[in-house]
Design a protein around this ligand. Structure first.
Ligand code: HEM
Length: 437
């Protein structure tokens, strides 16, 4: 029985989560639906569709697309993300007649970044309780203590990269620095043994498209298989850390108690480690590669950074604003409500376009201009906002700063060579290949 039902459930999950929405988006895009056109445009991996973000913004607080309420206004994105009347989670074709098959198919869904009890898929009171415990461990002070180690890792990676560049050998910056730096740091934070790192990184890469809609059946199967392997590995890891805790932050999280003596259970620990690992690999790599590419396009601004006229953190924030690693996030209204003066009905899906909010001219003067001296660059919403605000923001900004400074102090005139290719992922945006020399 199980042998037969599992593949059918998987096929149903794929149909409802990918095939049907992809068809719906394509049909809507053909009819000019702006939100559906954003999905189409981000699929191609080219430039950000800033003209579509502008048109959505100009339509009012919300653009009523056929599939969701979309906004790319800075104030409205923040209002959506702060609202107690919306819940985080992906938009699925699960209303009406599709609700029952979807619930049946989801019985066997592998745990991923968007399935409970991942912080990204739960809401108060559970979210408040879990997040408080995780924040205690991932404090700003704890991140500052990681700075020295991050500097060592960056230096160890940049030196061989620089020697290859000096020999006129093209180097893929993603492989040589942007990926291994955050992977090494997050693995140390989570106490991942060295021999497991390559495998864990592979899980992360395979799991990243799980955020996207419209995967092919084959890709979807690969993603689910990787998520299951990842789940098994996480189970064993939690068990190992319980038996033999180390000095790392994850060992502290396993032991952490809230004021009432409550602790995270095994499922919550597994979900948190999985989310932190995946977030740690799959986003900061994009920040570093996007920023290096932007600075190579603006050598005069890069020079101001190298000579110390402008702090590196300013370049990190401007790169996050201009080319964010996470383009958008979704919410669903859990009751009838009003947001930004617009009535929103219970069950309405909403799309908060983080990348669009970052180009709102009401907040950022000349928003389509990359400028590391922009005074308010840090007002970007690339780390989201409200109760799901990125828990790793301080770590990611620190890693970005260390990576950019170490690289450019050693190679101040680094060039991007032909052959750059964007990653396949759609909601997450970065480079797969960034040849430099
Ligand atoms: C440049 C790098 C990063 C970017 C752009 C980024 C972006 C985001 C965004 C947009 C969200 C919220 C999504 C939503 O509201 O639906 C988020 C949440 C989260 N991020 Fe990050 N992230 C980055 C790095 C990291 C790192 C290094 C970690 C690891 C510690 C991390 C851990 C998390 C966690 C645990 C959450 C869930 C928070 C919650 O739901 O309460 N992130 N991140």
């Amino acid at each position: 029985m199980t042998v037969l039902t599992a593949p059918v459930q998987q096929l149903t999950r794929w149909s409802l989560g990918h095939a049907v929405p992809a068809l719906a988006f394509r049909a809507r895009a053909r009819r000019g639906d702006l939100q559906a056109r954003v999905v189409g445009a981000t699929n191609s991996g080219g430039d950000l569709p800033t003209d579509l973000f502008d048109a959505i913004r100009e339509a009012g607080p919300f653009y009523r697309g056929g599939l969701a309420l979309a906004t790319s206004r800075h104030d409205v994105v923040r209002e959506v993300l702060a609202s107690p009347d919306v819940a985080a989670g992906r938009i699925a074709a699960t209303d009406g007649v599709l609700a029952r098959p979807a619930a049946w198919a989801d019985r066997r869904v592998p745990t991923g970044p968007l399935t409970p009890p991942s912080l990204l898929a739960i809401e108060p009171p559970d979210h408040t309780r879990m997040r408080k415990l995780v924040t205690r461990v991932f404090s700003v002070r704890a991140v500052e203590r990681l700075r020295e180690r991050t500097e060592e890792v960056a230096a160890e990676l940049v030196e061989p990269l620089a020697r290859r560049v000096e020999k006129d050998e093209p180097v893929n910056l993603v492989e040589a620095l942007a990926a291994p730096l955050p992977v090494t740091v997050i693995c140390e934070v989570l106490g991942v043994p060295e021999e497991d790192r390559e495998r864990v990184r592979h899980f992360g890469d395979m799991a990243a498209p799980s955020l996207d809609l419209g995967l092919s059946l084959q890709r979807f199967r690969e993603v689910e298989a990787a998520l299951r392997d990842f789940e098994r590995w996480l189970e064993a890891h939690v068990e190992r850390v319980r038996q033999d805790p180390g000095e790392d932050l994850f060992s502290q999280l396993v032991a952490a108690r809230d004021d009432d003596g409550g602790q995270l259970d095994d499922l919550e620990l597994k979900a948190t480690a999985g989310l932190v690992l995946a977030a740690g690999f799959e986003t900061t790599v994009n920040l570093i590669s996007n920023a290096v590419s932007l600075l190579a396009e603006h050598p005069e601004q890069r020079k101001a950074l190298v000579v110390g006229e402008v702090p590196w953190l300013a370049a990190v924030d401007e790169a996050l604003r201009f080319d964010p690693p996470v383009l958008l996030t979704a919410r669903t209204a859990v009751r009838d409500t009003e947001i930004a003066g617009t009535r929103v009905r219970e069950g309405s899906p909403m799309v908060a376009m983080l990348a669009g909010a970052n180009r709102d001219p009401e907040v950022f003067a000349e928003p389509n201009h990359f400028d590391v001296t922009r005074a308010n660059a840090a007002d970007h919403i690339s780390f989201s906002s409200g109760r799901h605000y990125c828990l790793g923001a301080a770590l990611a900004r620190m890693e970005g700063e260390v990576a950019l400074r170490t690289l450019h102090e050693r190679l101040p005139e680094l060039r991007v060579l032909p052959g750059a290719e964007r990653r396949e992922t759609r909601i997450l945006r970065g480079w797969a290949q960034l040849p430099v020399g």
